[in-house]
Design a binder for this molecule. Structure first.
Ligand SMILES: CC(C)(COP(=O)(O)OP(=O)(O)OC[C@H]1O[C@@H](n2cnc3c(N)ncnc32)[C@H](O)[C@@H]1OP(=O)(O)O)[C@@H](O)C(=O)NCCC(=O)NCCS
Length: 209
């Protein structure tokens, strides 16, 4: 029996917990290989902080008492381009991560679908910046372009599209992309803010005039 259980693919008993409260996150362990962005414990603290923030949402994939994946959405950092939005309607898909042993089973797709199916982001624009320096090329064995394709397919599955931008971090690297999901009930003012912030021209020579 134990051997049979051991042969079960990782992820069989995984639950998706949409917009988990911070105390739930704090009470769970982090899978030791959830370390793409930060050491697991530090990332857990960051996730709890996002869940506690105004309108932050951290959707979890859990197995037993362990977090094996997460998707985190939050208001953009005020110091960043999207943080200049003054409508309060622009959000950021900050990170999605699944522990390597649980990848390729649809967990990222399920977490994102469950999050957006709540309708909570229907009146918002959610931006996702794809930066190749965040790609886990080593553990997937993919090229940075194939990885970008993977992420594009994943995000498109929940309504994101690719948008041009003059953000130098994005346009200077073909492996990067700006994606956004414009919710079906987004107010005009939020859309206008999104359009204005996509092209700020802040790097242009007119700054020197
Ligand atoms: C990106 C990531 C979250 C995907 O998680 P996942 O649970 O494996 O994704 P899913 O199983 O839902 O699959 C999503 C898509 O990726 C594809 N995919 C997943 N792993 C793949 C691999 N190693 N090679 C090729 N395609 C792969 C799936 O086939 C699927 O595409 P499809 O539906 O068109 O077939 C995961 O690889 C990860 O944690 N990477 C490190 C962190 C990261 O890059 N996050 C994104 C930027 S913030």
């Amino acid at each position: 029996m134990a051997a049979d259980r051991a042969r079960l693919p990782a992820g069989r008993g995984v639950r998706i917990e949409v917009c988990a409260p911070p105390e739930r996150i704090a009470g769970l362990g982090m899978h030791p290989e959830l370390n793409t962005f930060r050491p697991p414990e530090r990332q857990k603290q960051a996730l709890a902080g996002i869940a506690a923030s105004a309108d932050g949402c951290v959707t979890l994939a859990t197995e037993g008492t362990q977090i094996v994946g997460y998707a985190a959405l939050h208001r953009p950092d005020p110091l960043e381009r999207w943080g200049r939005d003054d409508t309060g309607g622009i959000y950021e898909l900050g990170a999605v991560e699944v522990a390597p042993a649980y990848r390729g089973q649809g967990l990222a797709r399920r977490m994102l679908a469950a999050t957006f199916n709540t309708g909570r982001f229907d009146d918002r624009v959610v931006v996702a910046a794809l930066y190749y320096w965040h790609y886990d090329l080593e553990r997937t064995g993919l090229s940075s372009f194939a990885y970008r394709d993977l992420l594009e397919r994943l995000y498109k599955s929940v309504g994101f599209s690719v948008y041009p931008t003059d953000d130098p971090d994005v346009y200077a690297h073909a492996e990067n992309a700006l994606m956004a999901r414009i919710g079906p009930k987004v107010p005009e003012a939020v859309l206008e803010s999104f359009e204005a912030l996509r092209f700020t021209r802040e790097q242009g020579p007119w700054r020197c005039l």
